[in-house]
Design a protein around this ligand. Sequence first.
Ligand SMILES: C[S@@+](CC[C@H](N)C(=O)[O-])C[C@H]1O[C@@H](n2cnc3c(N)ncnc32)[C@H](O)[C@@H]1O
Length: 250
Amino acid sequence: MSQETMSNHFAQLARSYDELRNPDTALRESVEMLVAAGDLRGRHTLDIGCGTGRILSILARDYSVHGWGIDASGEMLAVARANLPKHINVQQATAESLPFPDQFFERVYMTMVVHLLDRTRTFSEIARVLQAGGRLAIITTDPDSLAESWMASLFPSYPSIDAARFPSGITLEQELAESGFTQCQHVIVNSARSYGKAEALNKLRQRFVSTLSLLPEDEFQAGLVRAERELPDPVEYTVSSLLVSAQRAG
Ligand SMILES: C[S@@+](CC[C@H](N)C(=O)[O-])C[C@H]1O[C@@H](n2cnc3c(N)ncnc32)[C@H](O)[C@@H]1O
């Protein structure tokens, strides 16, 4: 995804992002996975690609996390600044060039961002800003599940576009090991989800995931017409998340 396409996508989505993305129960599941895999409770922690700050906000309130966030999008950060308590520091920066001194953090995490980054540069930066023994947790989509997405039957290119973007658990483990991490592990977590048809159509029309901004326009429009005609009510499906954890070598 080019920098310009990504920047436009998140600029347009920023104000409706929290309403369009995971419902509260799914968000809570993600937070619990991060806290367990990253041992985040009470830690000095960086959220890379923090977006609207919805995860940082829960971590600070319920898990005493001393949170910091960075994001490439000024529009997403404007929403985060409006939502987050003032003591949580968020700033505009890229994952590939983190504006922090060496070993500044005890913990780093990222959710639904790793498919948008230069991973070699980002993992090297995370290794630099993490203390020895510090932990990293990543949540992303399991690429093996893409063909089963409820959107795959509407947009034929959907699985191949995302297969080229989303790394597997094995790939992430190997890349992290090469970047100075040990104890690299991954697990797949399956969760049932359901949307009403009207809600699903609204998500599609607003291109609630970046893949929809990467489809050829004629395919996107044809998929919308098909969705109006063919989607069941409710839309029920399973999300397969990939949870990766690793420790900065000492
Ligand atoms: C799908 S959103 C996820 C936001 C948040 N992590 C969440 O789970 O709600 C992806 C975010 O990553 C940010 N992003 C994309 N590429 C980035 C980069 N290279 N460095 C920092 N942030 C980036 C985007 O601006 C966007 O806010």
